[in-house]
Design a protein around this ligand. Sequence first.
Ligand SMILES: C[S@@+](CC[C@H](N)C(=O)[O-])C[C@H]1O[C@@H](n2cnc3c(N)ncnc32)[C@H](O)[C@@H]1O
Length: 458
Amino acid sequence: MTNAATPSPSAPSDEEVGQAVLDAARYGDVEDLQELTSTYGGNHLGFRGGNGGNTALHFACANGHVDCVAWLIDQGVEGCAANESGNSPLHWAVQNQHEAVVRLLLEKLENVDVLARNAFGKSVLTEGFAGKSQGILKLLLEHPSADEDALMGGEGQGQCQEGSDGGEVLKAGLQSAKEANEASGGGGEATVIHRLVLDRENDPDRVLQIRELAIEHADDPFGKAAADDTTGLGVWPAALVLAQWLVQERKELLDASTIVELGCGCAVPGLAAALHGRPRAVHLTDLNSETLMNARANLAMNRENFLVPETAACVHVSAMDWGDEQSYPPSAVGAVDLVLGSDLVYQKSLAPLLAQVLCRLMRPGGRFLYVAPATGRDGLEDFVKGLSDRAGLFQVSEKEAGPKLLGNPLEGGGMVEGSTGSPQEEEAADSADQMFFLHFNELATQEVVYKLYEYVKQ
Ligand SMILES: C[S@@+](CC[C@H](N)C(=O)[O-])C[C@H]1O[C@@H](n2cnc3c(N)ncnc32)[C@H](O)[C@@H]1O
């Protein structure tokens, strides 16, 4: 901070200067702050007031004054200082949804901990989940203090770490996302959490929770580059079919196996494998950063309910670009027992790319299960027919999904026609059927044929 100039005898009290500093920060008046500092010294920049021990940085952050925040940080003010309610300036920036300020704080401040909680037990990340801004949530989730280990182990970093409990915080955050979703009616909104019962007959109480987000740039969701493809923010019907196929008919493939899901999107099949089986390792992979963030949230939402608790430690979400061999998870190369894919080919150029991935990852004898709609996908024919030459895969079967695999896996739904349930059960079934119709229309109307492909590596 700058050195204090010697105040004249008629100088205002420290309290008055401090108050003037807080007001200037509240209104984002950097010039005023500079003048106050050159006249009375930089120590006043750390003044706390405003009923609750707030600093100038708190006020600048709460009101979204980016220039003022930057200037204060450059003067060396304490960036992580919490007020009497335990709220840091970052808490206030997130609560007030000022994305540019959040970005600046995360970039400029050392020792930021997005898991640090205020006196109400809410972390910055929890506030991020409760807010509307996906941009802010993404910034917080990408910060090193929110990495998977910290989230699950409660290991915060930096000066704000005391009292953080990552697992709890994340659960609370996901809960608020869920509540926000429910409050908004749960249907057709930006965020939806589906509760999926994939094996109603044999395991009716096992529920996979999957959050899907609105697909961005709906006019061109595939984007110009592969990394801009936001189609994975939504659950594609093929993912539900693959998950039900896997869990209802091919469960034996899940035990003691290394599994990779390609282009996982919301990760329905990969997480279904972790929820219903005893895999050795599961790699949920995609390329788009928002999709990966959502896949991480989905992993966090389900990991406590995996069939065996040990699975939680061996399921990972990782960035992987089919076109870049360097990005393939090193431990998976040549070692994968089971590759899962749903609706991955929608342009011709993708067929050879995916074949290369399969060739590099699968071990001899490994399986590849793929589900896609039979029509409307450019390059599908080339992909499924070319796997023998391009990747050394032998096609074990190619068949149409039957009514059971096309059925409604939403919790409460799928009541057998004619069966008599209680009025509550019937009401739940009606509402689940409506949701199914709304979100997975192609399956609900059974107008589209879905194909199941199974291959083995020679
Ligand atoms: C149509 S979505 C299907 C998502 C998911 N499998 C499902 O069925 O819900 C295609 C997915 O492939 C991913 N993808 C596209 N190109 C990719 C690439 N080059 N490398 C990795 N993933 C890619 C997209 O990000 C997206 O998540």
